[in-house]
Design a protein around this ligand. Structure first.
Ligand code: PLP
Length: 419
């Protein structure tokens, strides 16, 4: 289902006209569909139901508590990469026993907080981190439930900035050293070594890299078991891509088949950490055209959203479909325009030479597929208030994060007493 559709010439989120949200809340503004988030989660839950598998929603894709709580009610756990995300997940009602803590640079303080909270699992990414976690746990009189994140050295064939499973990436333990470190982990008093993990990247559109990564984990599992070690759990990470511009992506059923055929008969508990594929196309960024400027060689559509609201185009050269809220007539001509924000950076560019129906100042537009890695990456650059977030459910909607006020934003600074 697509939660965003035109009805009587206007773009709706479920049963709410986006124009109404824009008038009520202002622009720029993120809008999420509760029904779409639910459906995307259920797709995983249904497809994986025949396996001993559990879903830990990757909170970094969209950490609004409304989103986490929606998924928590459906039975999801949370995959966090910082203690801040752990606190958010707890606040949103996810129990500590349903939280997985991943990330390449956990600090000792973060380990203490997560051990005291009693989380489900630490995904450890290096020998150094393993030793620190061991010491920290021992000092608290605890044992840390741990899986080792393996870097399987496969090319996920995704954007360089979101590829994480190649030997030259900073993530995970080299597969060549994994057995040795796993054996060491089994001997440490503060570590309860449970199994293995991997996460090879994000926005994967091809199943082949998953297959080879999972097959390598299966081989490693057999090798470890052969030397008398116990492997009871495998965390398969996240990363399934979404269609930003009509590209073919991985079907969840194909993914499940790949899982079954590689690690399905090891008798381990399986975990997945999807983020983007649950929330990306359940959200959009609503913006208003401020001005249309005729340059010497190009036409610029200047909108009131900017790279501080949605940094993906600037950071990853990402493509977001841009839809006018008022559906263009069938005979509308199309012109090529650059869609830009007001920030003083040439990189504040959402789309270059994009064919669009003509728009005028005051018109509303939507940046589609912005539910993941959108609001979470927002900043106040250029002293722009963080955009509000709205969640729609049927014919209802609520502001789930208000716009940051100028007073709050500016009130954070402290002028030193010597001035
Ligand atoms: C980011 C991340 C995920 C989620 O990736 P998506 O591409 O959003 O599904 C899962 N696991 C880990 C360890 C991550 O860092």
């Amino acid at each position: 289902m697509n939660p965003f559709h035109h009805k009587d010439g206007e773009l709706y989120a479920e049963d709410v006209p986006l124009r109404r949200i824009a008038e009520d809340v202002g622009t720029p503004c993120y809008v999420y569909s509760s029904a779409a988030i639910t459906e995307r989660y259920q797709r995983y839950a249904t497809s994986l139901s025949g396996l001993n598998a559990r879903i830990y929603y990757s909170v970094k894709a969209n950490s609004n508590q409304a989103v986490i709580a929606t998924l928590g009610r459906l039975g999801a756990g949370a995959d966090v990469v910082s203690v801040g995300e752990m606190y958010r997940a707890l606040k949103a009602g996810i129990a500590a026993k349903d939280i997985v803590f991943a990330g390449v640079g956990k600090t000792r303080d973060e380990m203490v907080a997560a051990l005291q909270a009693g989380i489900h699992q630490f995904n450890v990414e290096s020998r150094g981190e393993l030793l620190t976690l061991n010491e920290t746990a021992v000092s608290l009189g605890k044992r840390a439930p741990t899986v080792l994140r393996i870097n399987p050295d496969v090319d996920a064939k995704t954007h360089a900035k979101i590829s994480t499973g190649k030997a030259e990436n900073k993530f995970g333990i080299d597969i060549a050293h994994a057995a040795e470190i796993y054996a060491e982990a089994a001997s440490l008093p503060g570590i309860e070594i449970i199994g293995l993990a991997c996460h090879i990247g994000s926005q994967l559109l091809d199943i082949a890299p998953y297959r080879s990564a999972f097959a390598k984990l299966a081989d490693l599992t057999r090798q470890l078991r052969g030397s008398g070690l116990t492997v009871g759990r495998i965390d398969l990470g996240g990363g399934i891509g979404v269609s930003y511009r009509g590209e073919q992506t991985i079907s969840i059923d194909d993914y499940t088949t790949a899982v079954m055929e590689t690690v399905g008969n090891l008798g381990v508990q399986l975990e997945m950490e999807p983020g983007r594929s649950i929330v990306a196309d359940a959200g959009l960024l609503l913006a208003k055209v401020i001005n249309v400027k005729e340059g010497v060689s190009r036409k610029f559509v200047i909108v009131d959203a900017a790279m501080n609201d949605l940094i993906r185009p600037a950071l990853y050269e990402a493509y977001h479909e841009i839809l006018p809220i008022r559906a263009p007539g069938d005979d509308a001509r199309v012109e090529r325009v650059d869609v830009v924000g007001p920030i003083c950076e040439s990189g504040d560019l959402f789309a270059e030479q994009r064919p669009m129906p003509p728009v005028s100042p005051g018109d509303l537009v939507a940046f589609c597929t912005a539910g993941a890695y959108g609001a979470v990456m927002a900043s106040t650059y250029n002293t722009r208030p963080i955009a509000p977030e709205v969640m729609v459910k049927g014919g209802e909607y609520q502001v789930v994060r208000p716009r940051l006020s100028y007073d709050t934003m500016i009130g954070q600074d402290v002028v030193p007493s010597w001035l």
